[in-house]
Design a protein around this ligand. Sequence first.
Ligand code: PLP
Length: 402
Amino acid sequence: MAATRRPGRNHLFVPGPTNIPDRVMRAMMVQSEDHRSVDFPSLTKPLFEDTKKVFGSTEGTIFLFPASGTGIWESALTNTLARGDKVLTSRYGQFSHLWIDMAQRLGLDVIVQEEEWGTGAKPEKIEEALRADKNHEIKAVMVVHNETATGVTSNIGAVRKAIDAASHPAMLFVDGVSSIGSLPFYADEWKVDCAIAGSQKGLMLPAGLGVICVSQKALKAAEGQSGRNDRLARVYFDWEDHKKQNPSGYFPYTPPLPLLYGLREALACLFEEGLENVYHRHAVLGEATRQAVAAWGLKTCAKSPEWNSDTVTAILAPEGVDAAKIIKHAYVRYNLALGAGLSQVAGKVFRIGHVGDLNELSLLGAIAGAEMSLLDNGVNVTPGSGVAAASSYLRENPLSKS
Ligand SMILES: Cc1ncc(COP(=O)(O)O)c(C=O)c1O
């Protein structure tokens, strides 16, 4: 049977992949090129410098991989750590869980602080664990900045302070897959040793380009692994191969050319708007979404305002209502893609992604669609209440600061 045609645009409100600006799509429509030509570095060399800006870094080194965020997790761990090394981390959602699982499968000794889903990393507990580690066996602290599964943002500045307060030399690895390019991120100021991003969220590109911003300290740690028998195996993600080629604008293997052109254009979009404006826009759209949720009489998965994420809101369906049905109905009936609940919160939450290229009216479309799907599924919300609350807030709070 042929698939049903759904007229009009699909409203993509999963928290990544996100909507791609038209000009970025056009920039990616390119003929193939020789990536070893004399012209190629004029595209790539500025990219390494410009990409740093979205990480809040001037001192870091950018590596670009044909990969998704998961590959970049692996890149951070395998370049800097050896088998059996201790790493400290917290689990509070599906993505922190998956990164822990990877670290364990790679043969690291992972110390996990279990946190309630809907909360995030606890700097005071991290400090306590580091203070107790008198012999400095913990080599890295891993934190997911924005837990996309639960709509929770952790305070990376506070985690940095905790590490410093414990006078501990551990590296700081931060997953910024659903924060970088949308939420304030200051890799230099927070002394983040590996900051990890994927192309399909704040960078407004298709999936397929993994980005890491690496500190001098992490580069040294990677060099220190050379020649060790217990070093973790790394081949495709080995920074050494990239370090030999990138400074002259080349890659150790065939780079995904359209994504590089797309990245150039996406960065131009972000810089034209101004990063501070981009962060402000996400804060306003995030708050507007939460106002709608409150007007519906529903609760977010984030347990208290300190955890609220400005890129994704995970909304708890009322007792007895299957959130998966709300999502399916929104898609089939209204051509609206909402984010599913993952693992522990499957069937319990639906997510509205408000990340990337969007504005007031696009968000209001998603809120209207979610509201209609809630009503169609028998949830007792006042028709129009979410849209009214969000639109009042948006009228009072312009998206642009300047
Ligand atoms: C916070 C976070 N980390 C990691 C990942 C995994 O990234 P990818 O799906 O690009 O491999 C995701 C994906 O959504 C994510 O949201």
